[in-house]
Design a protein around this ligand. Sequence first.
Ligand code: SF4
Length: 209
Amino acid sequence: MNKLIYEYLDELFPNPHCELKYHKDYELLIAVMLSSQTTDIKVNKVTDVLFKQYPTLKSLSQAEYKDIRDILLSLGMYNKKAEYVIKIALELTTKYQGKVLNDREVLEALPGVGRKVTNVVLGILFNEPYIAVDTHVKRIAIRLGIAEEKDNVYLIEKKLSKVVPDNLKVKIHFQFVLFGRYHCKAIKPNCSECKLKEICSYYKNKKSA
Ligand code: SF4
């Protein structure tokens, strides 16, 4: 990947990190699952209540569905997510001694946990070299010409993985997320301030349009 991208993202986000709040491994897993199609700010508000009212995996696994659903009301797909929270807690408790394992197959098989959530969790907890492709990562990869509009998320992950060295994959994931969240936004990206104009396909197309 063009070294300008690494340099600029290091300048903007020298120590990128996950903005979801968690204290335990399973809390991270649940928070990442909950973050689908909503903001980290909303998830943090919800998990603050959720993990206080249900401070252990066991208590979460025994929770009443409607009580969890009520806590998750401000999130999209709260019905499904409430079901997933209880089922994840139950599976981790009964099958894996309450542990979040460094095992893609196990994680991806958990309710509501797909490849993206698994990549984030493996990257943060075990520093495994994966790039999770969310809406921000997808947009930045396309705008910078690393991927194409027609690519699915799996192909975008493959293309990014090819051009980003293993030791930088987790970092680049977070830098792309933060860059997309605060600078290269979906609507009205801050192109005038951006140091990637020279190499940005989106900017070049916009200029020539
Ligand atoms: S020039 Fe604009 S579209 Fe391109 S990366 Fe920068 S902010 Fe995003």
